[in-house]
Design a protein around this ligand. Structure first.
Ligand SMILES: [Mg+2]
Length: 308
């Protein structure tokens, strides 16, 4: 049997059966050491899969840190340390320096540090980042309670539109298109919500594969049904302009588009903090599956081995 026959998530199920550790399945792995809860996570960016060599290398470095910080804050933590493993072909030293400038800039922004790494030679470039964070209270995917409201930290679908624009490889882009491209190249992890999540959320994760597929993971882990309100899903003005120009549906981009790196979390509605960036997009109900308004929907999103 090939991996493509069972998909990324089918493979993870088999790995879980071998490892036998029930905590596998959240954005980070919480590990208690003395009285501290540390959060461990890793994520890999692979050339021609996640980025192209034509992208600015500093943006690739920024993103490698950001996607890991996003997992740490999704679980209510703050990032501390990172190790960077590089697989490198023989390439310009400038490129690698640019990569590390992006990594350093992101670490300064998020308040974490690179404390080591490793370099190996390979056919294509890959950046595998391991990160450690800490939290006062770990919040994973399985705690959503009936009656909770579902919140998202920002607009969805921008990154996918930005990727599509990048792949057009046009000479000129309009200002709103450049802002969408920027969202794809340099996502910012929502460190502003980490404390709120740690204090109030019952369940939390980040949106990396697309809203519909990530909501499904949260609903499955918590054994609940989640109902999304289509008119409440935040859509940026830039995505509206993009969809108008190309005859697309922004809600579809929000539901299916990946790599938003916004946070998805649940808690009672009363805990909403109007001073934070959080949008009420759904509710947690008894049952299973996900509903968009009154219709059940099938999750669609990114699976690394399967094209849906
Ligand atoms: Mg994640």
């Amino acid at each position: 049997m090939r991996i493509s026959q069972i998909g990324e998530f089918g493979l993870i199920e088999r790995i879980k059966a071998i490892i036998g550790n029930p905590v596998i399945g959240d954005d980070t792995a919480p590990v208690n050491i003395d009285t501290q809860t540390l959060l461990f996570t890793c994520d890999i960016l692979i050339q021609d899969r996640h980025f192209k060599l034509s992208y600015p290398s500093s943006a690739v470095g920024w993103k490698a840190i950001s996607v890991n910080v996003s997992d740490v804050v999704a679980n209510g933590g703050e990032p501390l340390y990172a190790l960077v493993s590089l697989v490198l072909p023989d390439m310009e030293v400038d490129y690698v320096e640019g990569l590390y400038e992006g990594i350093k800039r992101a670490c300064d922004f998020y308040g974490c540090k690179v404390v080591g790494g490793n370099i190996g030679k390979g056919e294509k470039l890959a950046i595998d980042l391991f990160m450690v964070g800490k939290t006062g209270r770990f919040v994973g995917r399985r705690g959503a309670r009936l009656g909770d409201s579902l919140f998202v930290s920002g607009t969805l679908g921008d990154s996918r539109a930005g990727l599509e624009l990048l792949l057009m490889e046009r000479k000129n882009y309009e200002p709103f298109e450049l802002r969408l491209i920027e969202k794809h190249l340099r996502p910012t992890a929502r460190v502003d919500l980490s404390k709120h999540i740690s204090k109030h959320a019952n369940a939390s994760m980040d949106i990396s594969d697309g809203l519909s597929s990530d909501v499904e993971k949260l609903s499955k882990a918590s054994n609940v049904r989640i109902r999304l309100f289509s008119e409440k899903i935040p859509i940026s003005e830039e995505l509206r302009l993009f969809c108008k120009k190309h005859g697309k549906d922004p809600i579809e981009y929000a539901l299916i588009g990946g790599e938003d790196y916004e946070l998805l979390f649940t808690h009672p509605f009363e805990k909403l903090n109007p001073f934070l960036s959080m949008f009420h997009i759904g509710i947690v109900e008894e049952g299973e599956g996900i509903f968009l308004d009154h219709k059940p929907i099938e999750p669609m999103g990114f699976d690394h081995f399967r094209v849906l």
